[in-house]
Design a protein around this ligand. Structure first.
Ligand code: FMN
Length: 219
Protein backbone atom coordinates (compact mmCIF):
# COMPACT_ATOMS: atom_id res chain seq x y z
CA UNK A 1 0.00 0.00 0.00
CA UNK A 2 1.34 3.44 -0.91
CA UNK A 3 0.22 6.56 0.95
CA UNK A 4 0.59 10.19 -0.12
CA UNK A 5 0.76 12.46 2.93
CA UNK A 6 0.24 16.17 2.39
CA UNK A 7 0.99 18.44 5.32
CA UNK A 8 -1.30 21.47 5.48
CA UNK A 9 0.82 23.17 8.16
CA UNK A 10 1.91 26.74 7.50
CA UNK A 11 4.96 26.49 9.77
CA UNK A 12 8.15 25.36 7.99
CA UNK A 13 8.80 21.64 8.31
CA UNK A 14 11.71 21.74 10.82
CA UNK A 15 9.57 23.75 13.30
CA UNK A 16 6.22 22.09 12.62
CA UNK A 17 4.43 19.88 15.16
CA UNK A 18 2.50 18.36 12.26
CA UNK A 19 5.80 17.26 10.68
CA UNK A 20 6.81 15.43 13.87
CA UNK A 21 3.42 13.76 14.06
CA UNK A 22 3.63 12.74 10.39
CA UNK A 23 7.07 11.20 11.00
CA UNK A 24 5.70 9.04 13.84
CA UNK A 25 2.58 8.07 11.87
CA UNK A 26 4.65 7.23 8.82
CA UNK A 27 6.97 5.00 10.86
CA UNK A 28 4.03 2.90 12.03
CA UNK A 29 2.43 2.88 8.58
CA UNK A 30 5.57 1.71 6.78
CA UNK A 31 6.16 -1.26 9.05
CA UNK A 32 5.50 -4.44 7.12
CA UNK A 33 6.43 -3.07 3.70
CA UNK A 34 4.04 -0.16 3.08
CA UNK A 35 5.46 3.02 1.58
CA UNK A 36 4.68 6.71 1.98
CA UNK A 37 5.72 10.04 0.51
CA UNK A 38 5.25 13.40 2.24
CA UNK A 39 4.73 16.87 0.75
CA UNK A 40 4.78 20.07 2.81
CA UNK A 41 2.55 22.93 1.68
CA UNK A 42 4.59 25.36 3.81
CA UNK A 43 7.12 25.09 0.95
CA UNK A 44 5.34 26.36 -2.16
CA UNK A 45 7.99 24.75 -4.37
CA UNK A 46 6.46 21.41 -3.38
CA UNK A 47 2.90 22.25 -4.46
CA UNK A 48 3.23 20.96 -8.02
CA UNK A 49 4.70 17.65 -6.81
CA UNK A 50 1.91 17.39 -4.24
CA UNK A 51 -0.68 17.95 -7.00
CA UNK A 52 0.94 15.27 -9.15
CA UNK A 53 1.11 12.83 -6.23
CA UNK A 54 -2.58 13.46 -5.56
CA UNK A 55 -3.42 12.86 -9.22
CA UNK A 56 -1.38 9.66 -9.53
CA UNK A 57 -2.26 7.87 -6.27
CA UNK A 58 -5.37 6.44 -4.67
CA UNK A 59 -4.70 6.82 -0.95
CA UNK A 60 -4.20 10.36 0.39
CA UNK A 61 -3.80 11.67 3.91
CA UNK A 62 -4.01 15.38 4.65
CA UNK A 63 -2.30 16.11 8.00
CA UNK A 64 -2.96 19.55 9.44
CA UNK A 65 -2.90 21.72 12.53
CA UNK A 66 -6.08 23.40 13.70
CA UNK A 67 -5.91 27.12 12.95
CA UNK A 68 -8.67 29.26 14.47
CA UNK A 69 -10.97 26.24 14.73
CA UNK A 70 -10.45 25.10 11.15
CA UNK A 71 -7.99 24.28 8.36
CA UNK A 72 -5.00 26.59 7.71
CA UNK A 73 -5.49 29.13 4.91
CA UNK A 74 -2.51 27.76 2.99
CA UNK A 75 -4.21 24.36 2.75
CA UNK A 76 -7.49 25.93 1.66
CA UNK A 77 -5.61 27.76 -1.10
CA UNK A 78 -4.01 24.49 -2.23
CA UNK A 79 -7.38 22.71 -2.29
CA UNK A 80 -8.94 25.52 -4.32
CA UNK A 81 -6.44 24.87 -7.11
CA UNK A 82 -6.54 21.06 -6.93
CA UNK A 83 -8.22 19.42 -9.94
CA UNK A 84 -10.79 16.69 -9.13
CA UNK A 85 -10.02 13.08 -10.05
CA UNK A 86 -11.28 11.94 -13.44
CA UNK A 87 -11.99 8.42 -12.08
CA UNK A 88 -13.58 7.51 -8.73
CA UNK A 89 -11.77 5.20 -6.26
CA UNK A 90 -9.37 7.54 -4.46
CA UNK A 91 -9.69 7.69 -0.68
CA UNK A 92 -8.87 10.81 1.34
CA UNK A 93 -8.28 10.68 5.12
CA UNK A 94 -7.45 13.52 7.49
CA UNK A 95 -5.26 13.86 10.57
CA UNK A 96 -6.09 17.01 12.51
CA UNK A 97 -4.19 18.11 15.59
CA UNK A 98 -4.59 21.20 17.74
CA UNK A 99 -3.21 22.98 20.77
CA UNK A 100 -6.20 22.94 23.13
CA UNK A 101 -6.80 19.68 24.99
CA UNK A 102 -10.55 19.12 24.48
CA UNK A 103 -11.57 17.00 21.49
CA UNK A 104 -14.66 19.19 21.09
CA UNK A 105 -12.28 21.94 19.84
CA UNK A 106 -11.61 19.91 16.69
CA UNK A 107 -15.13 18.76 15.83
CA UNK A 108 -16.01 21.79 13.71
CA UNK A 109 -12.96 21.19 11.50
CA UNK A 110 -13.72 17.46 11.36
CA UNK A 111 -17.23 18.22 10.08
CA UNK A 112 -15.76 20.56 7.47
CA UNK A 113 -13.19 18.06 6.14
CA UNK A 114 -15.92 15.44 5.77
CA UNK A 115 -17.45 17.65 3.09
CA UNK A 116 -14.23 17.87 1.04
CA UNK A 117 -13.68 14.46 -0.69
CA UNK A 118 -16.80 14.66 -2.93
CA UNK A 119 -15.46 17.91 -4.47
CA UNK A 120 -12.53 15.86 -5.75
CA UNK A 121 -14.57 12.82 -6.84
CA UNK A 122 -13.04 10.91 -3.90
CA UNK A 123 -14.24 8.87 -0.92
CA UNK A 124 -13.90 9.97 2.72
CA UNK A 125 -11.56 7.61 4.64
CA UNK A 126 -12.08 8.99 8.15
CA UNK A 127 -10.36 11.52 10.38
CA UNK A 128 -8.04 11.19 13.32
CA UNK A 129 -8.23 14.13 15.69
CA UNK A 130 -6.02 14.98 18.65
CA UNK A 131 -5.67 18.01 20.89
CA UNK A 132 -2.99 19.05 23.38
CA UNK A 133 -0.21 19.02 20.77
CA UNK A 134 0.94 22.61 21.25
CA UNK A 135 4.11 21.60 23.11
CA UNK A 136 5.55 18.99 20.72
CA UNK A 137 8.39 21.24 19.52
CA UNK A 138 8.65 23.35 22.67
CA UNK A 139 9.22 20.30 24.89
CA UNK A 140 12.46 19.35 23.17
CA UNK A 141 13.44 16.18 21.38
CA UNK A 142 12.94 13.62 24.15
CA UNK A 143 9.55 14.75 25.52
CA UNK A 144 8.31 15.78 22.06
CA UNK A 145 9.02 12.28 20.71
CA UNK A 146 7.11 10.79 23.63
CA UNK A 147 4.12 13.02 22.86
CA UNK A 148 3.91 11.86 19.25
CA UNK A 149 4.55 8.16 19.95
CA UNK A 150 0.80 7.24 19.98
CA UNK A 151 0.62 8.34 16.32
CA UNK A 152 2.98 5.49 15.43
CA UNK A 153 0.34 3.01 16.60
CA UNK A 154 -2.29 4.89 14.61
CA UNK A 155 -0.08 4.56 11.51
CA UNK A 156 0.03 0.78 12.03
CA UNK A 157 -3.70 0.68 12.46
CA UNK A 158 -4.37 2.85 9.38
CA UNK A 159 -2.25 0.46 7.33
CA UNK A 160 -4.57 -2.44 8.14
CA UNK A 161 -7.67 -1.03 6.45
CA UNK A 162 -6.39 1.99 4.49
CA UNK A 163 -8.72 4.21 6.52
CA UNK A 164 -9.31 5.40 10.08
CA UNK A 165 -11.59 3.21 12.14
CA UNK A 166 -14.34 5.39 13.66
CA UNK A 167 -14.38 3.70 17.09
CA UNK A 168 -10.58 3.75 17.38
CA UNK A 169 -10.44 7.40 16.29
CA UNK A 170 -13.08 8.31 18.89
CA UNK A 171 -11.03 6.66 21.65
CA UNK A 172 -7.82 8.28 20.40
CA UNK A 173 -9.40 11.76 20.43
CA UNK A 174 -9.81 11.58 24.22
CA UNK A 175 -12.19 13.69 26.28
CA UNK A 176 -14.64 16.00 24.53
CA UNK A 177 -14.69 18.33 27.54
CA UNK A 178 -12.43 18.50 30.58
CA UNK A 179 -14.20 17.77 33.88
CA UNK A 180 -14.91 20.71 36.22
CA UNK A 181 -12.39 19.40 38.78
CA UNK A 182 -9.58 19.50 36.18
CA UNK A 183 -10.56 23.05 35.19
CA UNK A 184 -10.50 24.13 38.85
CA UNK A 185 -7.02 22.61 39.31
CA UNK A 186 -5.88 24.34 36.15
CA UNK A 187 -7.06 27.72 37.45
CA UNK A 188 -5.17 27.15 40.69
CA UNK A 189 -1.92 25.57 39.49
CA UNK A 190 -1.85 25.28 35.69
CA UNK A 191 -2.63 28.88 34.79
CA UNK A 192 0.09 30.51 36.96
CA UNK A 193 2.63 27.95 35.71
CA UNK A 194 1.57 28.53 32.11
CA UNK A 195 1.87 32.29 32.60
CA UNK A 196 5.36 31.88 34.03
CA UNK A 197 6.63 29.60 31.25
CA UNK A 198 4.94 31.56 28.45
CA UNK A 199 6.56 34.70 29.85
CA UNK A 200 9.96 33.03 29.72
CA UNK A 201 9.43 31.82 26.16
CA UNK A 202 8.31 35.31 25.12
CA UNK A 203 11.39 36.82 26.75
CA UNK A 204 13.66 34.38 24.92
CA UNK A 205 11.97 35.47 21.67
CA UNK A 206 12.76 39.12 22.38
CA UNK A 207 9.55 40.29 24.08
CA UNK A 208 10.36 43.16 26.46
CA UNK A 209 6.95 43.70 28.12
CA UNK A 210 4.63 41.40 30.08
CA UNK A 211 2.32 39.23 27.96
CA UNK A 212 -0.78 40.85 29.47
CA UNK A 213 0.55 44.32 28.77
CA UNK A 214 -2.10 46.67 27.32
CA UNK A 215 -0.14 49.41 25.56
CA UNK A 216 -3.25 50.89 23.91
CA UNK A 217 -5.53 50.73 26.95
CA UNK A 218 -7.25 54.02 27.88
CA UNK A 219 -5.87 55.10 31.23
C1 FMN B 1 -2.71 31.12 14.11
C2 FMN B 1 -2.94 29.92 14.99
C3 FMN B 1 -4.23 29.54 15.31
C4 FMN B 1 -4.47 28.41 16.13
N1 FMN B 1 -5.76 28.06 16.42
C5 FMN B 1 -6.00 26.97 17.21
C6 FMN B 1 -7.35 26.60 17.54
O1 FMN B 1 -8.32 27.21 17.13
N2 FMN B 1 -7.52 25.52 18.33
C7 FMN B 1 -6.48 24.78 18.81
O2 FMN B 1 -6.72 23.79 19.51
N3 FMN B 1 -5.20 25.11 18.50
C8 FMN B 1 -4.93 26.19 17.72
N4 FMN B 1 -3.63 26.53 17.41
C9 FMN B 1 -2.53 25.70 17.90
C10 FMN B 1 -1.97 24.75 16.82
O3 FMN B 1 -2.99 24.00 16.21
C11 FMN B 1 -0.98 23.75 17.47
O4 FMN B 1 0.02 24.44 18.17
C12 FMN B 1 -0.36 22.84 16.44
O5 FMN B 1 0.32 21.79 17.10
C13 FMN B 1 0.61 23.58 15.51
O6 FMN B 1 1.11 22.69 14.53
P1 FMN B 1 2.26 23.16 13.52
O7 FMN B 1 3.49 23.37 14.36
O8 FMN B 1 2.44 22.04 12.55
O9 FMN B 1 1.78 24.42 12.89
C14 FMN B 1 -3.37 27.65 16.62
C15 FMN B 1 -2.06 28.05 16.28
C16 FMN B 1 -1.84 29.17 15.48
C17 FMN B 1 -0.42 29.57 15.16
Amino acid sequence: MHLVIISGAARPMPKSNTAKIIAAFRKGFEEGGNTAEVWYLSDRRQWQSAREAFANNELILFALPLYVENIPGIMLEFLEGLPPKAQPGTKIAFLIQGGFPEASQLRCCESFVQTLPPYFNCEYAGALIKGDMFGVNLMGEKLGSKMVLPFEEMGRSFAKAGRFDDAEAAAFAGREYLPASTLRKFELIGRPMQKFFMGRIAKSLGCKKKLDDRPYALR
